[in-house]
Ligand binder design. Structure first.
Ligand code: GLU
Length: 294
């Protein structure tokens, strides 16, 4: 369905005054897929008489670069988008995410995981089967089963650790029958357990995408989360975190991913044309909006 037809289809379901956001990670220059997503978020906010916000999801200092971050604002403005207020830059707010983790930890819902990738692979291979979740093979639970004494010893020894959500405990602590409202589809039942004991704070970055995105959507007052359909499974987990942390529930509108001429999704690794390259090649913003499906 063309983007404009999709927008029309969603209009009757649109919450009035919806607050949307575009939340890219500055790991490269924005490409047409990003433009599609940003235009979708802005169009829904515009149609709802609401507000459109911008957020830079740059907690992963190993992959994000300041020059890419700076380029995001420039490229979006060139495309003709205007967002309200300054963009929230996640890396400047790490203590906020720490606080959210502390709240989960205080309820016994997190545990430290010392496993390396190799440890997990070995464990999964030994088990002979590897159930998969949306983020990859499910964690086999090795560190959940550590004794309290072993945990204390390893923490005291300064071993690096991630923090994982104890999914069974989290599900028990959350209200039953969690669901989310997908615009145009109605209420969909959540199955957060498909993620297993998901990492909420990494070894190298003391937070995670899932934690920060739900925290910030709540903090920024986002009432309609728009993003690509590739992130629809993540919504199951995000609703669980919202329920555990007492954050409000936004509505969701996941859009199909923009496909390249070969029918494959546009991604940075496939050298999707960047907005920058198109601009330098003399394309106008209107032409690029059309290439992005708008
Ligand atoms: N930062 C995420 C990405 O660039 C998107 C987050 C979201 O919209 O939920 O893929």
């Amino acid at each position: 369905m063309p983007a404009i037809a999709r927008l029309r289809h969603l209009l009757p379901h649109l919450p009035r005054g919806a607050v949307t956001r575009f939340a890219p990670s500055p790991t490269g220059y924005l490409h047409l897929g990003h433009a599609h997503s940003a235009l979708f978020a802005a169009a829904l906010a515009g149609a709802a008489g609401g507000r459109f916000l911008l957020r830079l999801e740059d907690i992963d200092s190993t992959r994000c670069r300041p020059d890419y971050a700076a380029a995001i604002g420039e490229d979006l403005a060139w495309l003709g988008l205007a967002w309200e207020g300054p963009a929230r830059v996640q890396s400047r707010h790490m203590p906020d995410y720490r606080q959210a983790l502390d709240r989960l930890a205080a309820r016994g819902l997190l545990y430290p995981c010392f496993c390396t990738r190799a440890d997990i692979q070995r464990e999964v291979a030994a088990a002979g089967h590897a159930p998969h979740g949306p983020d990859g093979p499910l964690y086999p639970g090795t560190c959940r089963r550590l004794s309290a004494a072993a945990r204390v010893d390893r923490l005291a020894a300064g071993e690096p650790y991630a923090l994982r959500l104890d999914m069974a405990a989290a599900m028990a602590a959350a209200p039953p029958g969690l669901s989310f409202h997908e615009l145009g589809e109605g209420r969909l039942r959540c199955d957060p357990a498909q993620f297993g004991d998901v990492v909420l704070a990494r070894k190298d970055v003391p937070a995670s995408y899932h934690l920060c995105v739900t925290h910030d959507d709540a903090l920024q007052g986002v009432t309609l989360v728009t993003r690509g359909a590739d992130l629809k499974p993540a919504t199951h987990l995000h609703r669980l975190l919202q329920a555990l942390l007492g954050w409000p529930e936004p509505a969701y509108a996941h859009h199909p991913l923009l496909l390249g001429p070969d029918g494959r999704r546009l991604a940075k690794r496939d050298n999707a044309p960047t907005l920058r390259a198109l601009r330098e090649a003399g394309r106008s913003p209107a032409e690029v909006r059309a290439l992005a499906g708008w």
